[in-house]
Design a protein around this ligand. Structure first.
Ligand code: ZN
Length: 121
């Protein structure tokens, strides 16, 4: 892709076009994005290519490809700073769908805290 570094950084700062993929069987969440023809995933660190298609997919297609136990949610994966605050803060944390829960809790909608979904708690 012809993006210069600053444009790339800007895209990452703004979050770009990403969603959260939550696997309710495994109680694990990751961040997912479409990058050209690739579907990329990350939890910690760098993006990894999960699937590469022969065309550029849209989100409806991505929703069809992901495992049945996964659902797509709006939102962002927490960064290191968020995680640190939740680990060393007041024992409250955000759930995968954005509710406030205890660090090892689950919200009324059935989504666990991010610390659980990231495998930290
Ligand atoms: Zn909730």
């Amino acid at each position: 892709m012809g993006l210069c570094n600053s444009a790339k950084e800007k895209e990452e700062e703004e979050g770009g076009d990403t969603v959260i993929a939550y696997n309710h069987k495994k109680k694990r969440a990751s961040e997912i994005r479409i990058n050209g023809r690739a579907i990329e995933v990350r939890r910690f660190g760098d993006w990894q290519v999960w699937r590469e298609l022969d065309h550029e997919p849209n989100w409806a297609e991505v929703a069809n490809i992901i495992p049945e136990s996964c659902i797509l949610l709006d939102g962002f994966i927490p960064d290191d700073k968020d995680i640190e605050e939740w680990l060393f803060g007041e024992e409250l944390c955000e759930s995968v769908d954005g509710c406030t829960v205890e660090v090892d809790g689950t919200c009324p909608h059935g989504f666990p805290s991010w610390l659980i979904a990231l495998g930290i708690a």
